[in-house]
Design a protein around this ligand. Sequence first.
Ligand code: SF4
Length: 92
Amino acid sequence: MADSACGEVGTAAPVIDRKRCEGKGDCVRVCPYGVFSIRKLEPSERVGLSLIGRLKAWGHGYKQAFVDPELCHACGLCVPACPEKAIKLRPA
Ligand code: SF4
């Protein structure tokens, strides 16, 4: 764990854009606090996707990133690390 990461717990948390995420896992690798995990979207979680979103999700095996927001220290490392620009850091 990297205590040098700058933010504070509970001040912000990442939000994943389901239309963009391709589950490549850069967020998992860059986050010092284990906020992210990669798993397949459940069928019920695919309902809100557009046709293009569903096709895109199918193309990468429905894998996407999920977050445990309570672990986030708001360091901001994940936002630029995502190659799909699918992560936004939102104030808690
Ligand atoms: S801002 Fe991103 S990289 Fe930093 S702790 Fe939160 S989820 Fe992890």
